[in-house]
Design a protein around this ligand. Structure first.
Ligand code: FNR
Length: 365
């Protein structure tokens, strides 16, 4: 595959769809139930216009962002997605190398098919000599706190710099494509490696991941007492919960509806962002994911108050199309689009992206 002939995330998706087993394509592309929220995430950006300023730009635009002491060369991070070995042989090793080459932050999924220690080692080996790559670990709090403790220990030992706790999954979302395709388990030879031998001789089975509707804010307090790492919550959607999260001392929020894969019919994250900005009042950094496919989407999210965005499916399409090089090209395309959009907005850098640059598109209200 000549990756240089692909110029958009959507083109990467089309190639991935041609290459992948349809069962795996459905698992990745799909969302829960009627997939209303999957579409809403994309439509949400489409319903916003950009209104540029003129005659105040700069030849060099600094896109770097610092999050919890770690610098990323751009405000586009890799959101956690499970099972990368389904789409390319090297799995998360390829993703980690792509993130390190692009000098951005990878949030490694707890449900990765390569153990987090190996993912971290691959990132370090691929990073430029003077540069420490940044890996964060996505965690589903386990009702058995010993399991959670063991997972945190693995992530900390691997050198992860933050824990991203996904709180939108009291039970698993219902992706009906998976039901129809009878896709319930990983193929032989693949496992959730972070769960292998967690406390005994567990095989790293997907079913070991316990979702629990009984988790509460007390568990967040417990977690903060059991780690030195910054704790971000991923999947808070109600602005009141955002306030509560900050009161419980979390270090950041990743505004996410899980790419439309948990509760269907929740709003697009970009539509919720202004309310979140108000609720959080600058007390912690706000990140956003869901439907980011273009540099213009990134600019809209940053202008409305996010400090960075995450991309989920675009990275998986990159991996499917061309492994490490494919994921790297997706990141570089998004970086170029972001830089180009910042320039066209008359901005010198991210600090110039202010809410007045974003308007509802004509006819969208
Ligand atoms: C996800 N997502 C996810 N989130 C999480 O917290 N833990 C996980 O293991 C996964 N796994 C996962 C697998 C696949 C195939 C997808 C598509 C998504 C959600 C992910 O982190 C992110 O919120 C969304 O993917 C963002 O939306 P976009 O960028 O895919 O539109």
């Amino acid at each position: 595959m000549d990756l240089d002939s692909l110029f958009t995330v959507d083109e990467f998706e089309a190639v991935a769809q041609r290459k992948l087993d349809p069962v795996y394509y459905d698992y990745i592309a799909g969302g829960s139930r009627d997939e209303v929220t999957v579409r809403a995430n994309l439509d949400g950006f489409g319903r916003l216009s950009l209104l540029p300023r003129v005659l105040r730009g700069s030849a060099q635009r600094d896109l770097a962002v610092t999050l919890f002491g770690a610098r990323s060369s751009m405000p586009i991070l890799i959101s956690p997605t499970a099972f990368h070995r389904l789409v390319c042989t090297e799995g998360e090793l390829a993703t980690a190398r792509a993130a390190a080459r692009a000098d951005t932050i990878m949030i490694a999924s707890m449900a990765s098919t390569v153990a987090v220690g190996e993912v971290a080692a691959a990132a370090r080996a691929a990073a430029p000599a003077d540069h420490e790559p940044t890996l964060w670990f996505q965690l589903y709090l386990q009702p058995d706190l010993d399991d959670t403790t063991a997972l945190i220990a693995r992530a900390t030992k691997a050198g992860c710099k933050a824990l991203v706790v996904t709180v939108d999954s009291p039970v698993l979302g219902a992706n009906e494509r998976n039901h129809r395709n009878r896709f319930h388990d990983l193929p032989p030879g693949m496992a959730c490696e972070n769960l292998r031998n967690l406390r005994g001789d567990e095989p790293g089975n997907v079913r070991q991941i316990a979702m629990s509707p009984e988790l509460s804010w007390d568990h967040i307090d417990w977690l903060r007492e059991h780690t030195e790492l910054p704790v971000l919550l991923k999947g808070v959607l109600h602005p009141e919960d955002a306030r509560i999260a900050v009161d419980h001392g979390v270090s950041g929020l990743l505004l996410s509806n899980h790419g439309g894969r948990q509760l269907d019919t929740v709003p697009a994250t970009i539509d919720l962002l202004p309310e979140f900005v108000e609720a959080v009042g600058g007390r912690v950094p706000l990140l956003l994911d869901g439907g980011v496919r273009r540099g213009t989407d990134v600019v809209k999210a940053l202008a409305l108050g996010a400090v960075a965005v995450g991309v989920g499916r675009p990275i998986v399409w990159g991996l499917a199309a061309g492994g490490e090089d494919g994921a790297t090209r997706v990141l570089e395309l998004l970086r170029d689009e972001l830089d180009h959009t910042v320039a066209l907005c008359g901005a010198r850098g991210l600090a110039d992206l202010t809410p007045d640059l974003v308007r509802p598109a004509a006819g969208s209200r």
